[in-house]
Design a protein around this ligand. Structure first.
Ligand SMILES: [Zn+2]
Length: 412
């Protein structure tokens, strides 16, 4: 048994790091189920039905079945470096993927993260440069840009992903140790990106507060000129309001909320209070929105797209970004963005396959979409590749999609 010594809220020592996979899983499931208040809040309660589950399964199957059958044909590459086949990309002397073509607008990534070590895990040294980045999708043998990105995980890679995500809560993840600020900036440099938003998630667990940690480490450093600092609060944290104000005063320019991992309904009254504060502070909100299909089933009820309508309609002056464009629930997200009375909804492109992205672009126009990578899940080059493929021959749409929308969301 691991013996854990705590002083107040901070974990000061963890001994004997030998812990089995099953024990790890049990511990993490308990953490997710019990964290931050434990209750599911209000906002109409659980209405996840069989029809919801059926639609998700259908969308997953249909997405896979259509891969390679769109107007761009097959889009399968030999890993991230295989993207060098694209006319805009190449490889440098070290064999790393680079943006090789001039004239591509400097991208702004609306959706990236840094290394997570929270709860019982040691915090990640965000300033360290390591030899290579271990993306959660760690240079796959085959990278298909025409599927939802998490379909690129082999069963073995999926197991590794689960293991590393749990290790971010206990023991520490060797992948997360490479998800550092200089590593991200080096990747941004190679791919010609100007900036990336780095988004913490307030899991409501004792231990490291990622928002405070990242701001404390990065604000005022040269790295912060390339990394737009995000904040995250938990709507059921009694102190969320002062924490949010402190974060924004400290340099945070966008707020990340993850209803699934944070276990709150986006239309719950306590969440509405957070959006009201974001309106007062004039900071945009980026949601994890929609179901990815690989999350634990008991969390899916929090991410149904109908749950986001209340936020968008009640706060037409708040700029909302749906990360992953609604994920597997993209069709619902497109509808909500189209109908949003304030024109205040953007779809982030992270994870969405090329053909699906192309259709969303046709439906909404580039003004309502913003480039996102979800680094360190995936190489930022994979996100840029998709944006370039769907905007070939339309320089205006390309500029808007890869940076213009982000500038409008962030207010410059
Ligand atoms: Zn994300």
């Amino acid at each position: 048994m691991a013996r854990i010594t705590t002083t107040g809220q901070s974990i000061t020592a963890i001994e004997e790091p030998q812990i089995g996979r099953r024990e790890l899983l049990r511990l993490a499931a308990g953490v997710l189920a019990a964290g931050a208040g434990g209750s599911t809040g209000c906002g109409g309660g659980d209405d996840y039905g069989e029809e919801d589950a059926r639609i998700l399964a259908e969308r997953i199957d249909a997405g896979r079945a259509r891969a390679g059958a769109g107007r761009f044909g097959e889009l399968r590459f030999r890993g991230y470096t295989g993207l060098a086949e694209l006319p805009e990309f190449g490889l440098d002397e070290a064999g790393e993927l680079v943006l090789a073509k001039r004239g591509v607008p400097r991208a702004i990534d609306i959706h990236a993260h840094l290394g997570v070590g929270v709860f019982l895990a040691p915090r990640v040294d965000l300033l360290q440069r390591t030899e290579r980045v271990r993306h959660f999708l760690d240079d796959p043998e085959v990278l298909d840009l025409d599927v939802y990105m998490n379909d690129n995980f082999t069963p073995e890679a999926r197991r590794r992903l689960t293991r590393e995500q749990l290790r971010q809560l206990v023991l520490g993840s060797e992948f997360a140790a490479t998800h550092t600020a200089p590593n991200l900036v080096a990747e941004l440099d190679r791919m010609g990106f100007e900036r990336a938003c780095v988004l913490p998630i307030a899991l409501g667990l004792p231990g490291t507060d990622l928002t405070e940690d990242w701001i404390g480490t990065l604000a005022g450093t040269p790295l912060a000129e390339r990394l737009v600092l995000g904040a995250s609060v938990h709507p059921r944290d009694d102190a969320w309001q002062p924490k949010l104000r402190r974060a924004v005063a400290g340099g945070a320019r966008i707020v990340k909320l993850h209803p699934e991992f944070q276990r709150f309904f986006p239309d719950a009254p306590e969440a509405m209070e957070v959006y009201a504060e974001c309106e007062r502070l004039d900071v945009p909100v980026i949601f994890h929105a929609g179901r990815s299909g690989i999350e634990p089933e008991f969390l899916r009820k929090y991410a149904l797209m109908r749950r986001y309508v209340g936020a968008v309609e009640s706060f037409p002056n708040v700029r909302f970004v749906f990360g992953h464009a609604g994920a597997r629930d993209l069709p619902d997200a497109v509808e909500i963005a189209r109908r949003a009375p304030g024109g205040n909804v953007w779809l982030g492109t992270a994870s969405i396959g090329v053909s699906a992205l192309d259709q969303a672009l046709a439906a909404l126009g580039p003004e309502r979409m913003a480039l996102g990578s979800d680094w360190p899940f995936y190489h930022v080059g994979s996100a840029l590749a998709k944006a370039l493929i769907i905007t070939r021959g339309d320089a205006g749409a390309r500029r808007q999609l890869v940076r213009g929308s982000a500038l409008e969301i962030l207010g410059g």
